[in-house]
Design a protein around this ligand. Structure first.
Ligand code: SAM
Length: 242
């Protein structure tokens, strides 16, 4: 069975969407992964298949009912141990480490919220992981699910052109990637750094590492602090003076 994404959504036609193109689309056609988007609406209640209700305690908007979401989850339940993930701005930030974990398993079940989100009780009762794709609010979980799936699918065996591309890139070792250049050697008065044209692989490697550290320090002090503390910890464990 290929890596399978089961998606619970009120808008199943949004899948595979952009993931039907390019690398992910070719991999989908080749059967390297499977996209199973399921409509939440038929699990709704009454004549109108209602999936939401007013928030307890008052306030704006509607909340997705726990009984409806639970019935949908039960209908798509899998016995392969795939994690169930609810996309929400209230979740912990999604990281490349999560993506690697999801990509190396049998797949994921993704729950896409709408309105004000999903009743907390079903999330607790079914031990659903809650992850956010960033500190901003989208109108629905579908675009967040597409982001998570894009990041997973490119890591599946055989999907990327070169095996290295998944190893040496931003976040793979806790740092952002170094800058890239291609031809022409000079463009608009700007030259490609000499070292990259030198053919000296050790010097290129050193330069890339320095650039990677510089850009992480400047743009992502949070990642830089974590990198420093990891480096210190491994030096101590290996008995090196710091
Ligand atoms: N009331 C929620 C809050 O303030 O935290 C926002 C609900 S949002 C309008 C509707 C749905 O979009 C959410 O249930 C979630 O599934 C999805 N969503 C919005 N922003 C997201 C984000 N940053 N990451 C992941 N999912 C998000």
């Amino acid at each position: 069975m290929s890596w399978t994404a089961t998606i619970l959504t009120l808008f199943p036609d949004m899948f595979p969407g952009p993931l039907g193109q390019s690398l992910a689309g070719k991999a989908l056609d080749a059967g390297s992964w499977h996209c199973d988007a399921r409509d939440l609406r038929p699990f709704g209640l009454g004549r109108h298949n209602t999936v939401d209700d007013t928030p307890c305690g008052g306030g704006a908007g509607m909340v997705m009912r726990p009984d409806v979401v639970d019935a949908a989850l039960a209908a798509v339940s899998r016995d392969d141990g795939a994690p169930c993930v609810y996309l929400t701005p209230r979740g912990r930030p999604l990281t490349q480490a999560d993506i690697r974990r999801y990509a190396t398993g049998p797949g994921v079940t993704l729950l896409c919220g709408r309105y004000e989100g999903v009743d907390e009780r079903v999330l607790e009762a079914r031990a659903i992981e809650q992850v956010s794709i960033g500190d901003y609010v989208l109108s629905g979980g579908e675009t967040a699910a597409l982001v998570l799936l894009d990041a997973c699918v490119r890591l599946l065996p055989g999907v990327m052109g070169s095996a290295e591309s998944g190893v040496e890139e931003s976040f793979s070792d806790g740092l952002l990637e170094y800058p890239h250049y291609t031809r022409p050697a000079e463009w608009d008065g700007r030259a490609v750094p000499d070292v990259l044209l030198s053919g000296n692989h050790a010097a290129i490697s050193r330069w890339r590492r320095e650039q990677s550290e510089r850009v992480t320090r400047e743009r992502r002090p949070d990642l830089w602090a974590a990198h420093l503390s990891n480096t210190t910890r491994s030096s101590v464990q290996e008995g090196h003076p710091i």
